[in-house]
Design a protein around this ligand. Structure first.
Ligand SMILES: *Cc1c(COP(=O)(O)O)cnc(C)c1O
Length: 465
């Protein structure tokens, strides 16, 4: 399988290089040149498979021999073997046609472990084979950082630097990153927002000299392998609900558009998906876009669902690429306009194309607390604020369809205990094993939102590359 950039001007690469490269050289994101297809029979044959077996089947055509089958199986088994639930991604019924897909049984209690536990191992496997080392830089609004650090800690081929917006991630999220003691892990608290952190990472990738000297790699959601791994739980859950002979709708609390884009890919490879529902918080650029056809940046407002406090959803570019008929030049122009004007307008035809599969709804903090309470009162299940935003969107956008609706539960409620307690008066407990998190020693550096300062900081700590 070959991979092309969404902006059409970067080298075409195979899986191995796509994983190591992250962002394409033309500023675009890599996507498969063609979508592989799974027939209804092939999907039916996977009913009853374990999560790891489904993962292997789904990832195989994307990896396409870059990692041999035995090694890929072992990577997948080890990645999901560390999850605390035997089903890995269990489905819980809330109502007749409403289900929660619990994606928080990994080591850092959020869905990002699904991709990163695999990605960290894939990186190490490829690098060990090549005898190389890399510097990973990433920006996090909360959960990516800890999941990436957890996936890379102690791996010899990797030096990892994670930028988080100072004071804008929860205590638990920060501590999951800053209490890791391995010396290849470096936490940087940036005096700025998540978008500032994301821009700094992008700027480091666009500085070709720095990028080459540092052998820079990314594990944020622009890395194709993350999308690939996330396709799996759409497939496993749909199979449980009767796919391919039953279509299913998904509601996804959305920030960077990586998770829901994996749902889009699942539909492209043959899974019958009726609708993909985007849940946004007050930072509702995507919901506004679906309402008006205008994508317009505004300022990031901190909310109680911080992993979605984003104004620019990087992975949306991957969808645009398909919507624009895979015309990289057109995507490149649209992204340039957006970057320069903070605004992009689509045609009614393009918007209609998006509406065929996608819907969206927003929910502010007040509503989020109400949704947490309503779910708790109706089912005794405690959901985290992100999940609550998704559940609300599921309710808002499914009046006209009659299929099972799966709301992705993206984080364990104990990651956001303050918001949950405000909503229901119950302080959710951390699972055993993380009890002492609040008492472990923290290690991080605070740096200004200045590219040069951050680059020197990284250079000083990677002298042996
Ligand atoms: C990252 C994250 C999201 C948003 O996912 P995207 O792939 O960025 O759209 C939602 N909920 C939680 C808990 C997250 O950590």
């Amino acid at each position: 399988m070959r991979y092309v950039s969404t902006r059409g001007a970067a080298p075409i690469l195979k899986f191995e290089d796509v994983v190591l490269t992250g962002l394409a050289r033309d500023g675009g994101l890599y996507v498969p040149e063609v979508w592989p297809e799974f027939s209804a029979e092939q999907l039916r044959a996977m009913q009853g498979f374990s999560y790891s077996e489904i993962a292997f089947q789904i990832m195989k055509p994307f990896v396409d021999g870059a990692i041999d089958d035995i090694a890929l199986k072992s990577i997948i088994d080890h990645a999901y073997g560390g999850f605390s639930h035997p089903e890995v991604a269990p489905l819980k019924q809330l109502e007749k046609d409403l289900f929660l897909l619990e994606l928080f049984h990994g080591p850092t209690l959020a869905f990002k472990d699904f991709a990163l536990q695999v990605l960290g191992r894939i990186f190490n496997h490829i690098l060990a084979r090549r005898g190389e080392r890399v510097t990973i830089v990433g920006a996090t609004s909360g959960d990516t950082g800890s999941a990436a650090i957890e996936a890379c800690r102690g791996r010899e081929a990797i030096e990892i630097f994670i930028l988080h917006p100072k004071g804008r991630v929860s205590d638990i999220q920060r501590r999951q990153m800053t209490t890791v003691i391995e010396s290849n892990v470096h936490n940087i608290a940036v005096e700025g927002t998540f978008d500032d952190c994301q821009d700094l990472v992008k700027d480091m990738f666009n500085d070709f000299e720095f990028r080459a000297e540092q052998k820079l790699s990314a594990v944020n959601s622009i890395n194709w392998a993350r999308i690939m791994a996330q396709i799996v739980y759409y497939v496993s859950s749909a199979l449980r609900l009767g796919a391919p002979d039953q279509s299913v709708a998904y509601a996804v609390p959305t920030g960077n558009f990586g998770d829901i884009f994996a749902g889009y890919v699942a539909s492209k490879i043959g899974l019958p998906i009726e609708r993909l529902i985007i849940g946004t918080n007050t930072n509702d650029i995507l919901t506004r876009f679906l309402e008006t056809g205008e994508m317009e940046k505004s300022n990031v407002v901190p909310t109680i669902s911080p992993a979605m406090d984003i104004q620019v959803s990087s992975n949306f570019e991957r969808l645009l690429f398909d919507i624009y008929g895979r015309n990289g030049h057109a995507v490149s122009e649209a992204m340039t306009v957006f970057r320069e004007n903070g605004k992009m307008i689509t045609t009614p035809e393009i918007l209609a194309g998006i509406h065929e599969l996608f819907a969206a709804a927003r929910l502010g903090d007040e509503g989020t607390r109400r949704q947490i309470k309503a779910t708790y009162e109706a089912s005794s299940i405690i959901v985290d604020p992100h999940t609550a935003v998704g559940l609300h969107a599921a309710k808002m956008c499914t009046d006209d369809i009659f299929v099972p609706v799966v709301a992705l539960s993206t984080a364990h409620p104990a990651k956001f205990p303050v918001a949950v307690e405000e909503a229901i008066g119950v302080y959710p407990k951390l699972p055993t094993g993380l009890n002492d998190l609040l008492h472990r020693y923290e290690r991080f550096d605070t740096l200004p939102n200045k590219l040069g300062v951050i680059q020197s900081f990284i250079r000083d700590r990677t002298t042996d590359l």
